[in-house]
Design a protein around this ligand. Structure first.
Ligand SMILES: Nc1ncnc2c1ncn2[C@@H]1O[C@H](COP(=O)(O)OP(=O)(O)O)[C@@H](O)[C@H]1O
Ligand SMILES: CC(C)(COP(=O)(O)O)[C@@H](O)C(=O)NCCC(=O)O
Ligand SMILES: [K+]
Length: 238
């Protein structure tokens, strides 16, 4: 059994895989201490453990030790690189590209070997465009859905109630105006990424806010909650 772990700035996502199939998976909020939630993952006899994390190099020793004590298994950390099976990283310093972005692109390229627009709607909202030839054309990093609202609410002074849902269209009270502002900012960024990618590109969206955002996107967008872990599985296979 192989344990795959994707640690973003908000949650740790994990999957247990055998022969390339995911048998179980989950997500846990980690409040800045990802090693602390490892004990909540199910017990298993592991042949390997692969981790992708964007919470800083300083976390790695603690994570390594937590995996060793919980599973008696060594772990490998995924890294962004200049290329992977014909997929070519656009960064001049490839290792600085967030490994979650690189893995989501690997998953897209592994599956379709064609042009793609890959969105990760997590704490940050990232976009990455892959050309038909496998060249990463670049991307962007924007505030995620939650961060958009925190930015507005943190720099203004009006009263705001938390208990309001997202809708479609325009708001007619403070809460829905703030919610819709965040939603439309994310959708606008995604639309621009899609435009930069061109009409032939496959649109793939992952991340904690992907279910909500994908409801507002054209039908051809694919909702792919496990994209980063799928990329990690592909990378771990060589
Ligand atoms: N159960 C949940 N716990 C925390 N955030 C959630 C949950 N469900 C959806 N979200 C949304 O998902 C976002 C985090 O997405 P995720 O892909 O886990 O981020 P990251 O990869 O940055 O850790 C949050 O900002 C929040 O808006
Ligand atoms: C942009 C990110 C913070 C997104 O992480 P997330 O929102 O999923 O937690 C992460 O991919 C990262 O730390 N990237 C390094 C900078 C870069 O990609 O250029
Ligand atoms: K992520």
């Amino acid at each position: 059994m192989k344990l795959l772990i994707d640690i973003g700035n908000t949650r740790l996502k994990w999957a247990l895989a055998r022969d390339g199939q995911f048998l179980d998976q989950g997500a846990i909020s980690h409040e800045g201490e990802p090693a602390g939630v490892l004990a909540q993952l199910p017990a298993a006899r592991l042949s390997a453990c692969w981790i992708a994390q964007v919470t800083g190099q300083a976390q790695e020793a603690t994570l390594r030790e937590a995996v060793r004590s919980h599973y008696a298994c060594a772990c490998e950390f995924a890294r962004s690189s200049a290329q992977w099976h014909g997929l070519v990283n656009a960064y001049r310093e490839p290792e600085r590209l967030g490994v979650d972005r690189w893995l989501a692109m690997i998953a897209a390229w592994h599956e379709q070997r064609g042009a793609a627009c890959v969105i990760d709607a997590g704490t940050a909202l990232t976009a990455d465009v892959i050309g038909a030839d496998g060249r990463h054309q670049g991307g962007f990093i924007a505030a995620g859905l939650q961060a958009q609202q925190s930015a507005v609410l943190g720099t203004t002074r009006f009263a705001f109630r938390q208990d309001v849902d997202y809708q479609s269209g325009l708001g007619r009270d403070t809460e829905s105006c703030v919610r819709q502002g965040a939603l439309l900012a994310c959708l606008g960024a995604i639309e621009r990424a899609a435009r930069a990618a061109g009409p032939a590109a496959h649109g793939l969206i992952t991340g904690g806010d992907a279910p909500l955002l994908s409801r507002e996107l054209p039908d051809h967008w694919q909702l792919r909650p496990l994209l980063v872990l799928e990329g990690l599985a592909a990378l771990s296979e060589g």
